[in-house]
Design a protein around this ligand. Structure first.
Ligand SMILES: [Zn+2]
Length: 448
């Protein structure tokens, strides 16, 4: 087809041939410089392929040229006997384009925000379900949420990714651990490390870089355009902007294949996020406790039925994502003078003790529930300070060096290798999950 129309189409700087159409599966975008040319190309299309156009879904859009637009609007356009509407924006392959291009990307992002919000709303009951194992929910996230979030990301400028889009994506991530989208007490970065799901900004970065590497090897005119980046047409285009940005990353060899570049970029992104989120309290605490060594536990929970609910709470406890009275006071949600510094469950004055630590180790209200933890707690030396005991209980490592005890004992003490602790021989995290679900279903005081 493209050959048959070699004499028609628009001129693109850097290309020898004219471009008359852009094709994808059974979608076609015909591009023309004048109304006569548009008529000729679309007729040729229909004749050559005996194509029946779905005219209702078609639209004619005139880009930038105001005079031409007025002329086109003044004419009735027909295709195979049906009138084709004149439109000022058109969604092609899920990306909305506008007649005056300036706002296209923000319109597209706005539509993506709506898509993700709708998805988060629909999937929330599933993603946060307490009866579906975390591994299943994780897979649904990766196969449903991620592809939609990824869609068209490579088109969005380096610094143009909207905050709303990031928030809409975060809603889906937080739903994975049963946390409300309004819960802002913990960092999305911490959660992404814990759950092994990428941040939207990293998906964005990788999408743009990947497109740059891949488009060059396509057998369409895009590859030719990519090879002619020096065309003196516009100072900044996608094909000049992306490599310019990528070159600021010194370890990246643009001549290497994508498979190699991908690894280097992954390392770069990790270092960049570390720096960016370093000052967040939850991230610092997460790193200090070396939870990184035990991130896989919540997926393993699939083998231990009945702990799905509690596993969400364990993840949140590790990421500082649980609301406590102290935090509610800190955030100005509760008046300190009314509740004081007391534990909401046993009414004991907490003083300097962190509430989570008190609940896990000491709260008398949960003494009965704590019996399930006997085996685990018994394995953690009592010589460790309480905050370290808490870390180890949550499958991290102690910070304090204790003579004769190795530093990284979280896994061993909490039965990471499924060696089983106590009765009925479950890994430590499963017992902890049981305890957590007993605590956080108590009277609703702790739910959000
Ligand atoms: Zn208490």
């Amino acid at each position: 087809m493209a050959v048959a129309l070699r004499a028609e189409g628009i001129e693109i700087p850097g290309l020898e041939e004219l471009v008359a159409s852009v094709l994808f599966a059974d979608d076609v975008a015909i591009v023309a410089e004048s109304e006569e040319q548009l008529g000729r190309i679309s007729e040729a299309w229909a004749e050559r392929w005996e194509m029946l156009f779905g005219v209702k879904k078609c639209g004619i859009m005139v880009c930038e040229d105001q005079e031409l637009r007025e002329r086109v609007k003044g004419t009735a356009w027909h295709l195979q006997g049906q009138e084709v509407p004149i439109v000022s924006e058109y969604t092609y392959l899920g990306v909305t384009m506008q007649e005056d291009d300036g706002e296209s990307m923000s319109v597209f992002q706005e539509k993506q925000v709506q898509r993700l919000r709708t998805l988060a709303g629909r999937l929330r009951p599933f993603l946060s379900s307490k009866s579906i194992p975390s591994l299943v929910r994780f897979r649904i996230f990766r196969s449903l949420v991620e592809p939609i979030a990824r869609w068209g990301l490579e088109l969005i400028g380096w610094s143009d990714l909207s905050g709303k889009l990031k928030t809409a994506y975060s809603q889906c991530v937080k739903a994975l651990v049963g946390s409300s989208s309004k819960n802002t007490i913990y960092s999305i970065y911490c959660l992404s490390l814990e759950l092994g799901v990428p941040l939207l900004e990293d998906l964005h970065f990788m999408a743009r870089a990947r497109a740059f590497y891949k488009l060059r090897s396509l057998k369409t005119f895009i590859a030719v355009l990519m090879a002619n980046v020096g065309v003196p047409y516009r100072k900044l285009t996608w094909t000049t902007g992306v490599p310019r940005y990528l070159k600021t990353y010194p370890k990246l060899d643009l001549g290497k294949p994508w498979s190699e570049a991908k690894v280097n970029l992954g390392k770069y992104l990790l270092a960049r996020r570390e720096k960016e989120y370093d000052d967040r309290r939850s991230v610092t605490a997460w790193k200090q406790a070396r939870y990184v060594n035990t991130v896989g536990f919540w997926k393993v929970a699939i083998f231990h039925s009945g702990v799905a609910k509690g596993v969400n709470w364990v993840v949140r406890a590790r990421c500082a994502g649980i609301w406590t009275v102290k935090r509610a006071i800190e955030f100005g949600l509760v008046d300190a003078t009314t509740v004081g510094g007391k534990c909401a469950a046993c009414m004991v004055d907490l003083g300097e003790t962190p509430e989570l630590q008190h609940i896990l180790l000491d709260c008398t209200k949960f003494e009965e529930a704590r019996r399930v933890l006997e085996g685990v707690l018994g394995a953690i030396p009592e010589t460790l300070p309480p905050d370290d005991r808490t870390r180890v209980l949550l499958r991290g490592s102690s910070i304090t060096a204790v003579e004769g005890i190795r530093f990284s004992l979280g896994q061993k003490w909490s039965g990471a290798n499924a060696e089983g602790i106590g009765e009925p021989k479950l890994p430590g995290f499963a017992l902890l999950a049981k305890f957590c679900s007993l605590v956080w279903s108590w009277g609703g005081v702790f739910s959000e």
